[in-house]
Design a protein around this ligand. Structure first.
Ligand SMILES: NC(=O)C1=CN([C@@H]2O[C@H](COP(=O)(O)OP(=O)(O)OC[C@H]3O[C@@H](n4cnc5c(N)ncnc54)[C@H](OP(=O)(O)O)[C@@H]3O)[C@@H](O)[C@H]2O)[C@H](O)CC1
Ligand SMILES: [K+]
Length: 246
């Protein structure tokens, strides 16, 4: 276990609330854009295309988006990946009706010709073959997940657990199915090859396997005094990077 500075799910929600409150005034859309952009950058850093064969370059990044903001991060990430020369494909089984904004993110994916599987796609597993898939982006649930998991996500996560030794999983903020504070509380559980913690790692990140999971922090949107107020130091991002390997 690392001695990484982490903030609880409760504090993470408070940080979000203050960032989007009347004093600071970020919009959810702005933060989500930066969050999804960070995740796309982490995929590039971990799975670079340079020097790869045509076949390797043509592999899919399979993005699974959940019904909340973690899913929104996934939708944004898919759009940036397309711009970065990757071949993303999105599975968004339970589309959010929360705001018009989620529909707009879907329109943008259509605009970029990123395929989105239909909601009741029964053959989604067909797209998950090691010879066809570079990695899976797990944007199903983040810090607001409360176990036990309901369908259809329960079955989806069970399938991902069977596949994860052959196809690397990149988890956004929290590995789906983990308790944000306690970590993997039920079996089988996702063991991501990459975890991208947003703003600041949550306590569950202390449970990643040290020699298996590469841990990045992303979501570079807070100044030093704000980080200090919540009890942590800002991360030492380099240059224009949106991610930092921890
Ligand atoms: N500042 C930042 O770091 C930012 C982070 N962002 C990302 O937002 C998520 C948190 O988003 P939130 O919408 O609060 O929550 P989730 O996406 O984690 O999950 C909410 C949805 O999940 C459903 N849910 C919850 N538990 C279950 C369950 N057991 N089974 C099935 N479905 C479940 C929930 O449905 P309800 O019906 O229960 O409401 C919601 O639909 C954070 O982790 C980051 O990834 C933002 O981008 C902003 C910046
Ligand atoms: K996730």
């Amino acid at each position: 276990m690392s001695a990484l500075k982490v903030v609880s799910s409760k504090l993470a929600a408070e940080i979000d609330k203050e960032l989007m409150g009347p004093q600071i005034g970020f919009t959810l859309q702005q933060l989500m854009e930066l969050a999804g952009f960070s995740v796309a950058q982490a995929v590039c850093r971990q799975f670079p295309l340079s020097g790869k064969t045509e076949t390797e370059r043509g592999k899919h990044v399979f993005v699974i988006a959940g019904p909340g903001n973690n899913g929104g991060d996934g939708l944004v990430c898919a759009r940036h990946l397309k711009l970065f020369g990757y071949n993303p494909i999105v599975y968004y089984p339970k589309r959010s009706e929360r705001t018009e904004f989620y529909k707009q993110l879907v329109h943008q994916l259509n605009f970029f010709k990123v395929p989105i599987l239909s909601q009741d796609e029964e053959n989604w597993l067909e797209y998950l073959k090691p010879e066809k898939t570079l990695c899976i982006v797990d944007a199903i649930f983040g810090f607001s997940f409360k176990p036990p998991m309901r369908e259809p996500f329960k079955s989806i996560v069970e399938e991902l657990c069977k596949l994860q030794d052959r196809i690397p999983i990149v988890s956004v903020d929290v590995p789906t199915g983990w308790d944000v504070d306690k970590g993997p509380i039920s079996q089988p559980s996702i063991n991501p090859a990459v975890l991208v913690s947003l703003t600041v790692p949550k306590p569950c990140s202390n449970h990643i396997r040290e020699n298996f999971t590469t841990h990045y922090v992303g979501g570079r949107f807070i100044p030093r005094d704000f980080a200090n107020k919540y009890g942590f130091e800002p991360f030492g991002y380099e240059s224009t990077d949106q991610i930092l390997k921890l």
